[in-house]
Design a protein around this ligand. Structure first.
Ligand SMILES: [Zn+2]
Length: 142
């Protein structure tokens, strides 16, 4: 995939994608709330400022954009063919940072689930894996 966007457009896309309160996060939060979870957002006291924190359950959910966080073997994470060195450095850096953050949190006793942007397409599957993670069975009616 060539980087067909102009610099201006690309930086706009970057700011949109990197911004907080993204749509994917909202989708995940809405599902969790429907399961009766109490959610804390962007806990700045924790490594990596996790997107969603279920404090009473000692569980954390990261909602990752496939491109920025380098989702392995996912079509959405294909890197632009121009400025290769830049993108590799950038995205490999993100992957490494994510790994470090997860390791730190695990050592603190947190359990972690990473939800990828592309997984949001299949709502039923997402609900099932979220329910499994928070240790709750999905109700038939959902
Ligand atoms: Zn993906």
């Amino acid at each position: 995939m060539a980087d067909t966007f102009s610099r201006k457009k690309r930086s706009w896309i970057m700011s949109r994608i990197k911004g907080r309160d993204t749509k994917p996060e909202k989708i995940v939060r809405t599902i969790l709330k429907s399961m009766g979870c109490r959610i804390r957002r962007y806990d700045t006291t924790l490594p990596g400022n996790p997107d969603i924190v279920l404090k009473d359950k000692w569980k954390i959910i990261f909602v990752h954009g496939c491109f920025w966080h380098g989702h392995k073997s996912c079509s959405r994470s294909r890197r632009p063919s121009t400025n290769r060195a830049f993108w590799n450095r950038k995205i490999d850096g993100n992957i490494e940072r994510d790994l470090k953050v997860r390791r730190k949190l695990k050592n603190m006793g947190w359990r972690i689930l990473v939800v990828w942007e592309c997984q949001l397409k299949d709502n039923t599957h997402l609900k099932t894996s979220l329910a499994k993670f928070i240790g709750q069975r999905t109700r038939r009616s959902i």
